[in-house]
Design a protein around this ligand. Structure first.
Ligand code: ARG
Length: 569
């Protein structure tokens, strides 16, 4: 039974009966139905002012009239309050419908197929070659990964793209430095750190010897033109960088379908530039070619530099056309820090000015900055926290806590990994993505806070109850779930499918994270207030059912944000 839908149908029926007409269809009414912030105001509420115009009556009059006319056995009560109709569903029926649906659908509860046949491209992580993976990359990686899972949960095909930062003059300098002073074994061993060392050495040396800069530029040109020697070194730098990054991706459980980065578009920009030219969108400014965006309140979008070199935006334009053509996306998301807001607004506008209505399918999913225990990350000041170190530390700390709290636990290493990694991801995905994040160990790993360990522990608690209880072989008595604590859990479970929809509309995985905390808190209250292993077997059966539904949902919701749920902790 779909309560929202049933209520909407009731309202249309009552409209006919009380007023002889229904200005809104049942579907429209369903859209308008609200979930009151305070459950004492009902499970659902309908704001009658939406009918005021159509019926030419005051909302309060409409609400009173409808209340008289509504009569459905699944509703325990309907109140008319200040122009709102508040609906209270029969508690026993509500519990039965929700719990049985959740149990029936299991890990698929809340999934959907509205995305069938549609493709979403998600550009995330998008790391830069020869740079270490630091905690600033955590958000793009995990928000993108969560959106990936959420879209798949709704039946979409997802193409995950790591748009590598693998183009720029610095790579010429790096190759040049390697040719002069580099050592193959050192790069293999040191990875990105060694490449950075070479680059720093190059920058220092070129202060004394300006000719060096020219040499560096020449090497960059060779890379761009596909000179075999230059390319071989550069491709090797790339694979060494990716090898280091892959270790982090493995820990996080993240995978990509494509690593086509900026350099992939070297030969795909000319047609875009030609088209911009043909459409009269290019203008010259100080010898550079730009798309003027003054009419749209933005600085010009740079397409070609004075020397003919292309830019970051030129590559993003070419990439968007490529993705549209190859993947035929219905949406293309860019999970990139808000510092790049203007960049995305600019080139999205360029696509629009070119006359492509799919500009509206492009979305910049912006997020805030990450600092570490009160310190912003700055390479210059040396406050760099590498993601791999952070994750490994977190696993070690989780391990220490487990050793202390549950010395007898089997597979402690595996659980420590799930908890430690989960804690970092959870912390990252807990707040609205646009907010800046300050990472603190005591907050991320607190077993009593709004953290991964807390919800994972709740899940393990449910599993333990289910393991210990022999499930009675009788029909559940859902009257046992009519009390407020059980109802709070039931209500949250019921709201989950709609919540996933909204989280996707807003590209906001944090809604899932917060939901999991709410569910865990509600379940724990239920756990302390109600005796699950009641002597009355139908009662016990109902409470175990609620426990199982909660465990399954915590696990699958955690899965959506990329976190695992151990059965024992
Ligand atoms: N590599 C860029 C950076 O680290 C992010 C790239 C984002 N994706 C894109 N298509 N522009 O800032």
């Amino acid at each position: 039974m779909d309560f929202k839908k049933s209520i909407a149908v009731c309202i249309t029926g009552a409209l006919q009966e009380a007023f002889g007409q229904a200005p809104l269809t049942a579907e429209e009414i369903q859209q308008v139905l609200e979930i009151p912030p305070d459950p004492s105001l009902g499970d659902y509420a309908f704001p009658c002012f939406r009918l005021a115009k159509g019926l030419r009556k005051a909302p309060a009059v409409i609400a009173d009239g409808l209340r008289e006319a509504i009569n459905a056995p699944f509703l325990a009560r309907v109140d008319s309050v200040k122009g709102y109709l508040n609906f209270y569903i029969n508690r026993v029926l509500y519990a039965r419908e929700v719990v049985e649906k959740a149990l029936r659908e299991g890990a698929n509860y809340g999934a959907g197929d509205e995305g069938a046949g549609k493709t979403v491209c998600i550009d995330y992580s998008s790391i830069n070659i020869a740079k270490r993976f630091h905690i600033g990359h955590l958000s793009t990686t995990m928000i993108g990964h969560a959106l990936n899972k959420m879209y798949r949960f709704r039946g979409y095909d997802v193409v995950s793209i790591n748009h590598l930062g693998d183009w720029g003059t610095q790579f010429g300098k790096m190759v040049c430095a390697y040719k002069k002073w580099g050592d193959k074994a050192a790069v293999e061993r040191g990875g990105v750190d060694e490449m950075v060392r070479l680059y720093v050495q190059f920058e220092k040396a070129s202060q004394d010897d300006p000719a060096l800069a020219d040499e560096g530029r020449a090497w960059f040109k060779r890379i761009e033109e596909g000179d075999p020697e230059a390319l071989e070194i550069f491709e090797w730098f790339k694979s060494v960088t990716l090898r280091d990054a892959e270790r982090v991706y493995d820990i996080l459980g993240v995978k990509f379908d494509s690593y086509a980065g900026e350099s992939f578009y070297n030969d795909k920009m000319q047609p875009v530039i030609d088209e911009l030219q043909a459409k009269g969108l290019l203008s010259e400014s100080d010898g550079a070619h730009v798309v003027d965006l003054e009419a749209h309140g933005m600085p010009p979008c740079l397409i070609l530099k004075k020397d003919g070199a292309t830019l970051y935006a030129t590559r993003d334009l070419a990439a968007a056309f490529y993705r549209k053509r190859v993947y035929d996306f219905t949406k293309c998301l860019y999970v990139v820090a808000y510092q790049q807001n203007l960049h995305f607004r600019q080139w999205f506008k360029v696509i629009e000015l070119m006359g492509y209505d799919w500009h509206a399918q492009l979305e910049h999913v912006a997020f805030g900055m990450v600092s570490y225990e009160g310190e912003t990350l700055s390479t210059r000041k040396g406050h760099v926290v590498y993601l791999e170190d952070l994750l490994n530390q977190s696993i070690a700390k989780a391990r220490a806590i487990i050793d202390e709290k549950s010395p007898a636990l089997e597979n402690k290493d595996e659980v420590a990994r799930q908890v430690g990694v989960g804690a970092v991801i959870f912390f990252d995905l807990y707040n609205n993505r646009i907010k800046d994040i300050d990472f603190w160990w005591d907050r991320a790993l607190n077993f009593d806070g709004e953290t991964a360990p807390y919800v994972q522990y709740t899940h393990a608690r449910c599993c333990s109850v289910l393991r210990k209880a022999r499930e009675p072989d009788c029909a559940p008595d859902y009257a046992a779930l009519a009390d407020p604590e059980s109802q709070d859990v039931v209500r949250l479970i019921e709201q989950f499918p709609d919540l996933v929809t909204t989280a996707l509309e807003r590209s906001e995985p944090s809604m899932i994270t917060r939901f999991i905390v709410d569910l865990a808190q509600a379940y724990n209250k239920f756990y302390y207030e109600r005796r699950i292993l009641d002597e009355d077997l139908p009662t016990r059966k109902a409470r175990l059912g609620l426990t199982r539904a909660t465990a399954t949902l915590i696990k699958s919701a955690l899965g959506l944000i990329g976190i695992q749920a151990p059965e024992q902790m």
